[in-house]
Ligand binder design. Structure first.
Ligand SMILES: O=C(O)CCC(=O)C(=O)O
Length: 344
């Protein structure tokens, strides 16, 4: 076997949140933890250390995947407003309490966007940090781990908290420098990576001034979570209880949003408590009109978030996120519905 190839064999992953407890990586935000303990066998791409290598080829691959995107949407709806500056943002919030907006210019000082930073540096300098991945096959997402209404499928598996070296994950998935079996994806999702790697936190500073609605104390209390993965990672249609600035550092993501007041058109899971904030609609681009008749009447906006841009989403916004290239984003969550400027 060539040394650049990853050994691929099936292993049984130890349960996450051992002893039936919630995973330590379960969200404290009110999101469902992205994945329940499962005993399924999932593929391990990380079984050998032999392939841990730094290569110029990997850097070239990164440059090509981080700039290439693919078309995703047949029915994009409108586009969110584009805003610059905190005052413009606060005025917009007061006037349109339910609407999303793209904020530009807020990350201009981030070293992370400059030439000194990239996945290779993260791999080379912090590759030994152990991180919990979501590993999926067949397009599965965290709903597959929770829902009780669907038969388990061998081709569609989801495993949360698959612990690996950050460097191996970056090599295999983010840089794409190793062969990964078709249909397998991995996502470092909703993880407080900035708290674990202070140098990364410095590189993602300062916090965008819009976070916390311009209030310093709110900004101090903000929760930060990182999302690092290859093209094709996705977060299904769901809502969060907090206001959110999703800051895009590397790569691009398509985000489709619906306002909080369209809750009755989102068809969330009802039986399963963990999934009450998550829609049963599999694909926002291809929702079955006979099963979800109100969905097409919801006020959709779609944007592709580019490096250096932030997407503001008021608490309760329904959103689906797909990475259209390898990507690193940071979410900032604060407040609750009705706690923004003028009660927005
Ligand atoms: O980037 C993603 O995959 C999901 C982001 C998200 O859902 C959030 O920030 O609330």
């Amino acid at each position: 076997m060539p040394s650049s190839r990853i050994e691929f064999h099936m292993i049984t992953i130890p349960t996450v949140g051992r002893g039936g407890q919630m995973s330590p990586f379960a969200s404290r935000s009110g999101n469902p933890p992205r994945g329940l303990p499962t005993q399924h066998s999932v593929p391990s791409m990380f079984a050998t250390a032999a392939a841990r290598r730094s290569t110029g080829a990997a850097a070239r691959i990164w440059r090509s995947i981080s700039t290439s995107t693919h078309r995703l949407t047949p029915d994009a709806g409108g586009e969110p407003a584009r805003l610059r500056g905190v005052q413009e943002f606060l005025d917009f919030r007061r006037a349109h309490p339910e609407q999303c907006a793209v904020v530009v210019g807020a990350l201009d000082e981030w070293p992370m966007l400059g030439p000194d930073w990239g996945p290779e540096r993260l791999r080379d300098e912090h590759g030994d940090v152990e991180v919990p991945l979501e590993v999926s096959t067949g397009g599965a997402d965290y709903r597959d781990a929770y829902r009780e209404d669907a038969p388990r499928s061998r081709s569609r598996t989801f495993q949360a908290d698959h612990l690996v070296r950050l460097g191996d994950f970056i090599d295999a998935f983010v840089l794409g420098g190793r062969d990964v079996p078709p249909g397998v994806n991995a996502y470092l999702a909703q993880h407080d990576l900035l708290a674990r790697i202070p140098e990364l936190s410095d590189a993602c500073s300062p916090t965008p001034p819009h976070v916390g609605d311009g209030d310093d104390a709110q900004r101090e209390r903000t929760m930060r979570r990182c999302w690092l993965g290859p093209r094709g990672t996705q977060t299904p249609l769901h809502r969060d209880p907090y206001h959110n600035v999703l800051a895009q550092a590397w790569g691009t993501k398509r985000v489709v949003c619906f306002p909080p007041s369209d809750e009755n058109k989102m068809y969330p899971f009802t039986a399963n408590g963990f999934l009450r904030n998550t829609s049963t609609i599999e694909d926002v681009d291809d929702a079955d009109e006979s099963k979800f008749p109100l969905f097409s009447k919801a006020g959709r906006v779609t944007t592709t978030l580019n490096p250096g841009e932030c997407l503001f989403m008021p608490a309760g916004t329904w959103h689906e996120v797909r990475a259209t290239s390898a990507s690193l984003s940071v979410s900032y969550w604060w407040g609750r519905r009705g706690t923004g400027p003028a009660g927005a």
